[in-house]
Design a protein around this ligand. Structure first.
Ligand SMILES: Cc1cc2nc3c(=O)[nH]c(=O)nc-3n(C[C@H](O)[C@H](O)[C@H](O)COP(=O)(O)OP(=O)(O)OC[C@H]3O[C@@H](n4cnc5c(N)ncnc54)[C@H](O)[C@@H]3O)c2cc1C
Length: 524
């Protein structure tokens, strides 16, 4: 994984000249050539790990699994948000962890937490490192050092039970490997976020992730049936039986806990049979409001597409232009159905009737095929844009159906207002891709000229959008999690007592406060 860009360096491409001209025209700004600084010019503060502490940690994970070299520390100095990448591209990787540890199993994780609590060392759990909210920022939290706990060696399929349709995976298993391991048993997880190449199952649980097929397979938390976590106070095992009334569900406390309450080492998951049949259909709507309402009708009717998304006019246009295609006027929706042949046909026929009834015009399967072919390429395009002096970033929220369009207008307006000006223009796009009977998410993508001070420029826009979200009944995050970036809005979202509850649980499980300081939990 690249230290300054999204993913596989072999997939990086320069912007093609046609697209470069189009972007420059639309943003009213000349494009630049801004390569990242060479790796040897990135300055890291020296590691604070002294010999004694190094020896203690090596005694737990083995000397070959403690790395305080600059290359490892640089690659764990942050996540993959646009501000993270801008900082690293400019040669700024401070803070970096003092060392990276690679534990082999649950017991080693447990012992690392005990040593770090005794020695007052902060621990940042690291799955795929794809956080876009500062979740893996190596903050010391006033402690004497900070280590990154890279969970990549917890990469086993622990067990699979095809009678119950469950599987237990090590927390460090990344999605392609999870799917390959489950495919050997004819099964799938069906969790496909855009970050799927690198993100881990432990990270998904810790952030309550949501994938592109959430309409059919559910959010990641809906798939979790059990969790094993190491905490500084000992091991917490939750779940197992299909349902239980034995008090509040402690597993729910760990889901979304972002490494602040414990390190998830194993995730028990509901799995599905691999689909025999996939059926896709795209639709055109005169405008976003009509398309959104069509998705509401579907979500409330019980007709469950496996994947359903509707793009606003701007995203419909830009998506087609980037692919060198022409979009039908208005906005586009894409639906996908997976399952066994007959059942897929029944669901698709019912959806067809609902979409036509809601004002849609069928476009056939081809636009969905195009979307499927390109759905994981946007992060690579972001890298090309950054190299050309163009900012591209995303943010997301969710609201009840009745408040969704006013929220969309408020956030779009806030972003445009914060970014339009002398430094150029901004394209603000949005889609709905996670729907529920009661509401849906909104996912915004912003492309704008980087300007002279890109971090400050994006910071202003993000603040304006977050204020608009809070003022218009949205959640500060539907699936990216809280991390450091959304923390200023967390206290208002959960209220003073909510904050107190989280701090009390944290004090019970992590009395020294070594686990991922500075994330998720509002200060009193
Ligand atoms: C290009 C791109 C596209 C994305 N698309 C999506 C998307 O479609 N849907 C979506 O939901 N998210 C998306 N994300 C965000 C990100 O991929 C998710 O938050 C993902 O769940 C993080 O998984 P990870 O393994 O990379 O976790 P990390 O980034 O390593 O960690 C995330 C947080 O969880 C904690 N953590 C990680 N593993 C554990 C563990 N085992 N135990 C306890 N705490 C842990 C970390 O300390 C951190 O606070 C995207 C990110 C990028 C860069």
């Amino acid at each position: 994984m690249s230290w300054f860009a999204w993913g596989d360096p072999a997939r990086a491409r320069a912007l093609d000249p046609g697209l470069r001209d189009l972007v420059s025209q639309v943003l009213r700004a000349p494009l630049a050539d801004l390569p990242p600084v060479p790796e040897e010019r990135v300055e890291l503060a020296p590691s604070r790990l002294d010999e004694r502490l190094r020896g203690l940690l090596a005694g737990v994970v083995g000397p070959g699994h403690v790395d305080d070299g600059d290359a490892a520390r640089l690659r764990r100095s942050g996540g993959k948000s646009t501000p993270d990448l801008l900082l690293r591209r400019a040669g700024r990787a401070d803070p970096a962890p003092d060392a990276v540890l690679y534990p082999a199993d649950h017991d080693q994780v447990q012992r690392v937490l005990e040593v770090c609590s005794a020695e007052r060392v902060a621990v940042v759990p690291f799955g795929g490192g794809t956080s876009v909210v500062g979740g893996v920022a190596p903050l010391r939290g006033g402690l004497r050092a900070v280590v990154c706990l890279d969970l990549r060696r917890l990469d086993r399929l622990v067990s699979v039970d095809t009678a119950s349709m469950t599987a237990v995976l090590g927390a460090g298993v990344r999605t392609p490997r999870a799917e390959a391991l489950l495919a050997e048993h004819g099964c799938t997880l069906g969790h496909l976020p855009q970050s799927y190449e690198y993100a881990s199952v432990g990270g998904y649980a810790a952030t309550r992730s949501s994938g592109q097929a959430s309409s059919g397979y559910g959010r990641f938390e809906d798939m979790v049936v059990s969790l094993r976590a190491a905490t500084p106070r000992g091991t917490l095992d939750t779940g197992g039986p299909p349902a239980s009334a034995a008090g509040p569900d402690l597993g729910r406390l760990l889901l979304g806990s972002e490494g602040t309450l414990g390190v998830i080492t194993e995730v028990g998951l509901r799995i599905r049979r691999r689909p025999e049949h996939v059926l896709d259909e795209a639709w055109s709507f005169p405008d976003f409001a009509t398309g959104v309402d069509a998705l509401r009708v579907l979500a409330q009717s019980g007709i469950r597409p496996t994947m359903a998304r509707v793009l606003d006019e701007a995203e419909t246009f830009v998506g087609a232009a980037v692919g060198g295609r022409e979009a039908a006027p208005g906005c586009q929706a894409v639906l996908g159905f997976e399952g066994t042949g007959a059942e897929v046909d029944v669901r698709a026929a019912a959806a067809r009737e609902a979409m036509a009834g809601a004002g849609g015009t069928p476009l056939g399967p081809e636009p969905v095929a195009h979307w499927r072919d390109n759905r994981f390429s946007a992060p690579y395009l972001r890298d090309s844009l950054l190299s050309a002096g163009v900012l591209a970033e995303t943010l997301e929220t969710a609201a009840p159906w009745s408040g969704l369009l006013p929220l969309y207008a408020a956030v779009s307006g806030a972003l445009t207002g914060a970014l339009e000006g002398e430094e150029g223009g901004a394209v603000v796009m949005c889609h709905v891709s996670h729907t529920y009977p009661t509401g849906a998410s909104l996912y915004f993508t912003v492309v704008t000229a980087a300007g002279a001070a890109p971090l400050e420029r994006w910071g202003r826009a993000k603040r304006a959008a977050s204020e608009a979200i809070a003022a218009n009944g949205g959640t500060i995050t539907h699936h990216h999690a809280v991390g450091t970036d959304h923390l200023p809005w967390m206290a208002a979202e959960i209220g003073p007592l909510g904050g107190e509850v989280l701090r009390a649980v944290k004090a019970a499980l992590d009395p020294v406060g070594v686990l991922n300081p500075g994330k998720l939990i509002p200060a009193p």
